[in-house]
Design a binder for this molecule. Structure first.
Ligand code: PSU
Ligand code: MN
Length: 303
């Protein structure tokens, strides 16, 4: 296992001294945002974590090794590689990518697995995967939900994207025993928008409460992590009324073109980017930075 993990010196040092560390995913870089904004954002997220007093650890698989923290050169080459040439890794294909010596970006699920192996307990991202609309026919339910049920990492996201079926996503999380904790409001946030029209199951406004809740789960021997849902800042949000028709159109086009499986989320994100004249990307960037700040505070409370 030691040979499989490659730690950035800064991360190794932080973990050895018990300093707060925040894991970051790489699929958002390769499949979630266009180049070169993706590179700019990846760097900005790391800076934001540092400014908030924690050490960032961006996770990716490079030539068959799990990298915990990427140097700038690696980050740049990953960001510049077209998504079609990088594996999008979840629980199902992580081991295969490593065994074949290949390079891949980690989704929420795969990043959780790698963070846990590295001893990192907090992870910041944009949005998690969830139950897709029409899942009753397509069976498209993100492996992120099952990972949250089994791997003890606290994941900070801005809710699940409105491209998903949010009520069904909440139902599945409840069935799987995953606490969904809203911060600063009672509603589940909906990624680009603060409101989803759905009540969040739990609310904790203080990072210390979130840290205490993770400790209590461990003390009880409960498997799995926590999903912290942090609303996008008011000044950056795109209201729900604006997003609903955009999402409907992107979904209709995906259905028309027969987009399926792993391609669904990247396709929808790209179409929504085009349909909002780039506004969705600005919102996406703002919410990721906002999540990085909160994750750093939670990691600090846990350290
Ligand atoms: N949300 C975003 N951008 C992304 C993703 C989610 O705003 O790039 C990625 C995450 O890595 C998440 C994955 O884990 O999409 C979910 O993909 P799927 O629905 O295929 O499980
Ligand atoms: Mn899927």
């Amino acid at each position: 296992m030691k040979d499989l993990l490659v730690f950035a010196p800064e991360v190794a040092n932080a973990l050895a001294t018990g300093a707060p560390v925040v894991a970051l995913e790489s699929t958002i870089i390769t499949h979630g945002m266009p180049y070169p904004q993706n590179l700019e954002v990846a760097r900005k997220v790391e800076t934001t974590v540092r400014e908030a007093g924690a050490v960032p650890a961006t996770i990716a698989i490079i030539a068959g090794k799990i990298h915990i923290g990427l140097d700038d050169e690696t980050l740049e080459s990953l960001a510049a590689t077209p998504g079609s040439e990088v594996m999008k890794l979840s629980r199902a294909d992580l081991a295969a990518c490593l065994a074949l010596g290949r390079t891949g970006a980690t989704t929420v699920a795969a990043t959780m697995i790698c963070a846990e192996l590295a001893g990192i307990h907090v992870f910041a991202t944009g949005g998690i995967g969830g139950v897709h609309r029409g899942a009753e026919l397509s069976f498209d339910v993100s492996a992120d939900l099952h990972e949250l049920a089994r791997t003890p990492v606290t994941v900070v996201a801005a809710g699940a994207k409105a491209i998903l079926d949010l009520p069904k996503t909440l139902e599945v999380l409840e069935t799987l025993g995953v606490p969904v904790i809203a911060v600063g409001q009672d509603q589940l946030p909906a990624f680009w928008s603060r409101e989803s029209g759905l009540a969040a199951p739990l609310r904790m406004d203080d990072p210390a409460q979130i840290a205490a809740s993770a400790r209590m789960r461990a003390a009880l021997g409960l498997d799995g992590g926590q999903l912290v849902v942090n609303p996008i800042p008011e000044t950056d949000e795109i209201p729900r009324s604006v997003m609903i028709p955009v999402v409907e159109q992107a979904l209709a086009e995906a259905a028309e073109q027969g987009i399926a499986a792993k391609s669904v989320t990247p396709f929808l994100l790209q179409r929504i980017f085009e349909l909002t004249d780039g506004r969705s990307l600005d919102a996406n960037i703002a919410l990721v930075l906002n999540n990085a700040r909160l994750a750093a505070r939670i990691a600090t409370a846990m350290a």
